[in-house]
Design a protein around this ligand. Sequence first.
Ligand code: ATR
Length: 282
Amino acid sequence: MAVNIDGRTKVWGLIGDPVEHTLSPLIQNTFAEITGINAAYVPLGVHEGLEEAVKGAHAFGFAGMNVTVPYKMKIMSLLSETDEAALNVGAVNTLKYTPEGYKGYNTDVTGFVRELEKYEVPVTGQDVIVIGAGGASRAVCEGLRQLFADHIYLLNRSLDKAREAYGEDTDITLLGLDEFNRIPEGKYTCIQCTSVGLPGNEKKAAIEDEDFYSLIETGVDLIYNPAETAFMKKVKEHGGKAYNGLCMLVYQAVAAFELVYDTKLPGEAVDRVFEILKEKFK
Ligand code: ATR
């Protein structure tokens, strides 16, 4: 990854707190290098003064930004416009420059949809199980809506938090983690959206009960490090297929680059980034 900075370089980056561990500069600067688009992607850590930061970025003419924790919701009131899918999720992760201000998008949704399409995960017209009720789960539920999934059974540790996130009158069936036996017998696609399984907790799955996994035909874990989570292992042990969240990570970045620079990335750029990341998370 070599970024040649000159007087015409367009700056963009990741706004969040913290931003030190992000992979986005590696991904986005690789896209810039391969396409020859003169853009430099930098970490933009903001501890205080989000509004000033957004105004300053606009004044500098930053082409766009990605947004991460803790600002995906908070930043929405500072935008000139927000795309419909992002409004449905209630969070943005990508901003694109317009003369009036930044327009907000949620490319986590696009990334998730593209991952399911790539692996041909069956969801259209089907009932689907989602585990988790945080920000990632809301992007997943919007993606499932776009793909015309039929009914969603959502399992979360805290039922109150799930109700708060989805509202009392949601058409999603909200259940506690130990209430999976209320889901009708069958074979489901299940999307794992909790943080359980991340490094430090990698031997754990949000649902440990083996009976649960006999319901799962295809499991998608949004976690990509480790490459095979405990959830994925359990799905496979029960004869199902399982995928991690690396594709979603890459495709949300692809969608952000394409949006901000009004371009279509060549397959070669996307493949290169996959190679780099697969090497990193073996
Ligand atoms: P993200 O933006 O990545 O979705 P988040 O909004 O903090 O992150 O949501 C984290 C999700 O992981 C939530 O569903 C959370 O459950 P609660 O709503 O009950 O807190 C879930 N989670 C975190 N730690 C968990 C654990 N030890 N067991 C089960 N679920 C857990």
